[in-house]
Design a protein around this ligand. Sequence first.
Ligand SMILES: [Zn+2]
Length: 682
Amino acid sequence: MRTVSPASSSRRRFLKQAGATALASLPITTRTARALSADTPASGTSSANAAIPNRTPLAPNAFYTLPLGAVRPTGWLRSQLQIQANGLGGHLDETWADVGPNSAWLGGTGEAWERGPYFLDGLLPLAYLLDDPRLKAKARKFIEWTLTHQAPDGMIGPSSNNDWWPRMVMLKALAQYEEATGDPRVIPVLSRYFAYQLKNLPTRPLRDWGKFRWQDNVLVVIWLYNRTGDPSLLDLARLLHQQGFDWKADFADFKYTQRITREAIKLNEGGGLKDMALATHGVNNGQAIKSSPVWSVISKDESDRQGIHQMLSALDKYHGLPNGMFSCDEHFAGQNPSQGSELCTVVETMFSLEQSLAILGDASLGDRLERIAFNALPGTFTDDMWAHQYNQEPNQVECSLHHKPWTTDGPESNLYGLEPNFGCCTANFHQAWPKFTASLWMASHDGGLVAAAYSPCEVRTSVGGTAVHILEETDYPFRGTVRLTVNPATPMNFPLRLRIPKWASGATIHINGKAQPGPSPADFARIERTWKHGDVVELAFPLQPKLMPGYMGSVSIERGPLVFSYPIGENWVKLQDRGMTADWQVFPSTSWNYALAVTDEDVGKLAVQERSVGPSPFSLKDTPVEIKVSARKLPKWRAVDGVADPVPQSPVTSDQAEEQLTLVPYAAAKLRITAFPQIQNI
Ligand SMILES: [Zn+2]
């Protein structure tokens, strides 16, 4: 069904040489053992790796993120982080000058804006979560230069560029570094920088990118306030909010309900930086999803806490796509699943959801986070993470040089490569998997622990001064069972919260083999008891295939947090070598224009085939789960210029022969149909 062309096999050779072999040769047991031996001991009394709560007069969070390093990946998740480290994630500086030795963020004369901090913001947590000395050394170069080159007035970063925006990214990296290492230089450097910012913002206010991304700056201001209690930091937070774009008001009266055009947002005026262009820009919106929750910590205003839901429902209603994202290629692009989403928006939306989930404790944000993390994120990389797209489409029938259908992006946008269209995503993608890992578990405001999202991992933190270790064994999202072994150093009482996804009605919880009351979906199950070493909590989520309605009456199939797609035959053709990697076009080698013969009544009976979960779980070669579904071709549904026409309005009729399609997880199919027309009267 899927053809292997000479170009495709040469790609496989390239991929093999480039990376995944080191991982494949490392047995799972070795990887687990190495993680278990890391840093903090599992016994004794300790405040190590404990979350730091909000200090008065801030509003308390529902949950608090644990310090970087408290949650470590195991199982398939560790494999995935290792794939990133073996791919561009661990080698970008060796092949891309913008983050190479001449970076201005290393004291050189090269790139002096966002790319160095972007890279560091993901490289640093990757290095510490894998406990990888090679990666730590790379990250430390950037950290050391910034910490040792602060100007006497408090400014940080390259003197050749005084833009506030790239510093907002560096602040996030410095905070993570302090959490992972406790380096005593970080807090004084941040304190001096924020004093400089407070003094200078009145005469040099936020502009363009920084004005639309102020909440990322405020996030680290709050982080520092919780550590120092310096009241001037709250003045700075208020000033940043006052100078920043009012996202809450923008979404209270949301005007951008249509696919954006260059003319509508006056992209050709003001260097593309007019407010309309920036307010409809995908990455800005991805970052802004956290703006209302972050601000609510200071304002204590309930309407700020609710602002995120107003924003998400507008994005869903007018620009929502079946992979959990909203369209942005790179401005809002409507609900047509042939439109794209930029990788930077994917990773920033994930970070926003993680932070917002901590502040609000809203389970639905965890559902959305998982949908993006397990579908849109891996779907936009090659299996070995040596190449990525700028834009991915849910209905992606060809990746080639073409202008259609992007609102404002260029013809390279859905190629897999080093820096297709523009290099922001090349520098920025690194944060997604590591920060997702670090956010799997959180601390609760009432002194407990929270399973915020699910993946194999282990936690070493402390509760009320007592060390607690939790081992989470699971092949989620490919399987529905999660086994937690809770190991407090001494028996102790605390609440454990487990997120029950909205789709998981009928979920069960057992503790030491004993059934617990059935938990409510779309909420956290709270279990308070005296936990003792070796207590086992078993969660079982029913993974039933379901239909998800979409654009023009189309349907997509989901099973738990995974979205399923039809994998179109792929013919990979190298466009050009790019240093240690290459740019690729991908052409379809099979038909793709199918309509599904499935209804809400029979979707639950579709045949599901499960296989073992290997070290590259999102690859088509080793896909851990498939779903069979009946379909008929729909000849009138065509592609023009490499882009599928919008899904024909459902229901549709077809006189073509019925066929059985095998659907795979969205991320495995690099060419795919995800939103299908639905056949009438079957
Ligand atoms: Zn980008």
